[in-house]
Design a protein around this ligand. Structure first.
Ligand code: UGA
Length: 443
């Protein structure tokens, strides 16, 4: 089949490549000629394991192209995916829908055949129905344009796997929909044949599934981080506690890793937009708990600065700190609302000299915090450090040899911001280990 994907950011580029991998002919469309040129050359503008190869394979097979030309894209297919960004509005909690509106406004008047526009972006509930009305008003006479919503659940770092093998496919359709379900069933046939559950809903339920999923994940993380605060007060161990909770299949161990909390381009902005939208709908009380989820999460960052201060003997002034990790999570170069990078910035504001190392996110970090010092290896960042902070759980850091690192630093003090290190191993090598939600045992 043929389809287009509007927006070649994280979501759109991955979806375009994934659709081509399933055997379809795909055009990815973006207003940014730079992104289009890079992708056309087989270059992914962000780090995502496995995506570059899949992009190159499909470009070479002739199934995938990228363009800035809306007219060519409108003419190419009858199914158009919408994967543009919906960031948080400046100074407000709500989502900024200008990119979504721009696609509808530019694309719909150019459509000459009955078409389906399938939204994948995360949007406030009610947006898809609005876009349906907007599209109907803009469509050429006699050209029927349907809007459907097919939320995306992929995780950065696992985007290829999640796109080709999703947990479920959710499709929201207009009440009078005629084409969306059949078109999507055909496009996703290889996945449906693999037994991936397919849930057909109305537009608003599909929109809500997505934000509810992210709100649940954020709540789960903040839950364990709140318990982590109590663990610190009671001298208990949050990691053992999470392991014990996780054996209950109703709870599960995943997303119960206590530490510096959640960040990235999705969870933080999605829970805020969800609260804002619930308020607009008159259901504001329903989601007040998400405000608490947000503040527990933000408290993690200040707590980490306190812990680093303690680790440096009570003051950050003049302390030489190595920060390992800047990405919001491992296997990503994304630093949007990254807890690690925010903590690095806060430490510097408090008078420390901060040397940051991240395997993939250095370039993006430099753009956000140009005044921090960036190192190109763990050893360089840790050179004569008074404390080493592990703030993103890259495997490279989990596997560090504490005995080797001991010869580089000024003080054998490590702060495990993600509860990812084997503390006994570090203690055996003479390190003092601090972490969130677990006691510090003197060697
Ligand atoms: C999240 C969702 O997991 C995806 O399902 C969703 O599609 C995506 O948002 C989106 O809306 O586009 P992602 O932002 O890639 O995916 O990252 P996650 O793996 O969810 O991690 C989010 C944050 O939570 C990271 O900062 C991570 O370090 C933190 N986290 C995760 C914890 O602090 N503890 C945990 O136990 C798990």
């Amino acid at each position: 089949m043929r389809c287009t994907v509007f927006g070649t950011g994280y979501l759109g580029a991955t979806h375009a490549v994934g659709m081509a991998e399933l055997g379809h002919e795909v055009i990815g469309v973006d207003v940014d000629p730079g992104k289009v040129a890079k992708l056309s050359d087989g270059d992914v503008p962000f780090y995502e394991p496995g995506l570059r190869k899949m992009l190159c394979d499909n470009l070479a097979a002739g199934r995938l192209q990228f363009t800035t030309d809306y007219a060519a894209a409108a003419d190419f297919a009858e199914v158009h995916f919408l994967g543009v960004g919906t960031p948080q509005k400046k100074g407000e909690y709500g989502a900024d829908l200008r990119h979504v509106h721009a696609v509808i406004d530019e694309l719909v008047p150019r459509l000459t055949r009955p078409s389906v526009i399938v939204g994948k972006s995360t949007v406030p509930v009610g947006t898809a129905a609005d876009l349906g009305r907007r599209a109907a008003a803009l469509a050429q006479p006699g050209v029927d344009v349907e809007v459907a919503w097919n939320p995306e659940f992929l995780r950065e770092g696992f985007a290829v796997q999640d796109t080709l093998h999703p947990d479920r496919i959710v499709l929201g359709v207009q009440p009078d929909s005629r084409r969306a379900e059949a078109a999507l069933r055909q496009l996703y046939a290889p996945m449906l044949d693999d037994g991936v559950p397919f849930l057909l809903t109305d537009l608003q339920t599909a929109e809500l599934v997505k934000v509810s999923a992210n709100a649940f994940l954020a709540t789960k993380i903040s839950f364990i981080n709140a318990i982590s605060e109590v663990c610190e007060a009671a001298d208990a161990d949050v990691t053992l506690l999470a392991d014990a909770l996780g054996y209950d299949p109703r709870i599960g161990r995943r997303f119960l890793n206590a530490g510096l909390g959640f960040g990235g381009g999705c969870l933080p902005k999605d829970i805020r937009a969800f609260m804002a939208r619930a308020g607009e709908l008159g259901a504001n009380q329903a989601l007040t708990f998400l405000r608490e989820v947000d503040s527990i999460n933000m408290r993690r960052r200040t707590r980490m600065v306190e812990l680093a201060t303690t680790a440096c003997g009570g003051s950050l002034l003049g302390a030489n700190i190595a920060v390992l990790g800047a990405a919001f999570k491992p296997e990503s170069d994304d630093v949007r609302d990254s807890p690690a990078l925010n903590v690095a910035g806060l430490l510097q504001l408090n008078g420390a000299t901060v040397n940051v190392y991240d395997p993939k996110a250095l370039e993006n970090s430099r753009k956000v915090f140009p005044t921090l010092t960036y190192s190109t290896s763990v050893a360089e960042a840790c050179d004569r450090a008074d404390a080493v902070l592990v703030l993103t759980e890259w495997q490279e850091f989990v596997d560090l040899d504490p005995a080797e690192l001991a010869g580089i630093v000024r003080a054998r003090v490590v702060v495990d911001g993600r509860n990812c290190l084997r503390h006994q191993r570090w203690r055996d090598a003479g390190w003092l280990v601090y972490s969130l939600g677990r006691r510090t045992e003197r060697v």
